[in-house]
Structures are given as structure tokens and as C-alpha cells.
Write a protein that binds this ligand. Structure first.
Ligand code: ZN
Length: 220
């Protein structure tokens, strides 16, 4: 099920106090329209009806998808504290056995949904991203700021990603063959990183780096 709350938000521009609907809990199967708003990146949009000021208002939100077996917790600014500390498995025993992830942005939530709905392993996808980001960085002579999985096409044997470079609004798109993903999945399995500790985990760039480090250690 999904949970709604209404909070007073004061407009940072005109000061008007606006009753604002928020969704601290979203069920994928129960609320398809909310899932749609996550996917078109409008769920956290906020607009002041008095002066027209627009902003993104990101609040903690737990997205759950029973059918595909995953939970994603959006915790804005989780960089300030350890996301690993988020342990709600005791609070929510009904979510036992589901993959649990923590992300800090709406784009991060959307990416996890795309990955898990496609039946992919997110750590292996992060490894593919790591490899492709290096290629994109050397090609464009700059570091990649952020990158996102965008689609998989099993028939065409392709996986697509978007890479955001500094100073550019539009992402650079890059694809690769699924072989790279399968190799990455082997690495994930060989280090025993199944990403299912029962706690909310951050499976991101750092996790991919750590997995590679462990893999290389084992190799020596
Ligand atoms: Zn306003």
C-alpha cells in the first residue's frame, strides 16, 4: 500500500504556506500512477500556486515492489551519515527476503526501478557503468559526474547508459554488449557479494569499486 501525508511547506520565494501532498510510502503494484510519476521524474516537483516558484522537494520515501522483490529507500543527503545504518528489517518483517537499497536522489530511485524491473543485478550493472565511465571519460577528456542505467534490450544484446559530463545538460549515451554485464555478474558472484544483507544498502559507484578491489585481491 501507499501512504500519503499532507504537510505545510513555506515557499522560499514569497513565503506563502502551502498544504503539500507527500508520499512517504509507495507501493508499485498498488499505485501505478505514483510509479509513473517516479519514472517521469515529477513525483518530487513542487510549485507554489501563489507565485509560481518551482523546486524539487525531496523527502524520505520508501518505494516497494513486491512482485519484483525489491525496496528502495530515498534518503536525501544520506552522504552526511552512514546509509548502512538504516535497518528497518525488524520494523517491516513483511519485507523479509526482498532486496533493499538506499539512494539519495529521485534519479537514483528511478534507476534502481529500471534495473530491478528488468531482472538485473544492480551491483553488476554498477560494474558495467564503471568500465564504460572510464571509456567515456578518456574519450571526452573529462571525468564523468554521474551515470545512469537506462535500458536493456536482450534481443539486440545491448545495454544502454547515460553519462553526465561537467558543464553539459544533455547526457552522452553509450551502450555495450550484454557480455560485459555477464562478466560483471561473474565478478559479483565470485566475491560473494549478493547484496542481500537484510539491511538497506547503498549499491553505487563506491560499492562497485570495493567489489573490484576484492576481486583483484582474490585473484592474486
Ligand atoms: Zn511562492
Amino acid at each position: 500500500m501507499s501512504t500519503k501525508m499532507t504537510k505545510d511547506v513555506s515557499c522560499p520565494r514569497c513565503g506563502a504556506v502551502i498544504k503539500t501532498e507527500m508520499w512517504p510510502g509507495i507501493g508499485a503494484q498498488e499505485s501505478p500512477p505514483l510509479r509513473e510519476r517516479v519514472m517521469d521524474e515529477t513525483l518530487f516537483d513542487w510549485k507554489c500556486p501563489e507565485c509560481g516558484y518551482e523546486a524539487q522537494l525531496v523527502y524520505p520515501c520508501l518505494y516497494h515492489d513486491k512482485q519484483n522483490g525489491f525496496l528502495v529507500y530515498v534518503v536525501p543527503n544520506a552522504g552526511c551519515c552512514s546509509p548502512q545504518a538504516v535497518d528497518v528489517s525488524e520494523e517491516f518483517p513483511q519485507f523479509g527476503g526482498m532486496k533493499k537499497r538506499v539512494v539519495t536522489t529521485p534519479a537514483g530511485l528511478k534507476e534502481k526501478i529500471l534495473i530491478f524491473e528488468a531482472g538485473l543485478d544492480d551491483l553488476a550493472v554498477e560494474l558495467v557503468k564503471l568500465a564504460l565511465a572510464d571509456v567515456a571519460a578518456s574519450k571526452h577528456g573529462t571525468e564523468v559526474e554521474t551515470s545512469y542505467f537506462s535500458a536493456v534490450d536482450r534481443e539486440a544484446d545491448r545495454m544502454e547508459f547515460s553519462f553526465f559530463l561537467p558543464g553539459r545538460d544533455e547526457p552522452v549515451r553509450r551502450g555495450t554488449r550484454l557480455d560485459v554485464y555477464r562478466k560483471s555478474l561473474e565478478i559479483v558472484r565470485s566475491v560473494g557479494a549478493d547484496g542481500d544483507s537484510g539491511k538497506f544498502e547503498s549499491v553505487d559507484y563506491d560499492a562497485a569499486q570495493e567489489t573490484l578491489r576484492r576481486y583483484r585481491e582474490e585473484d592474486e
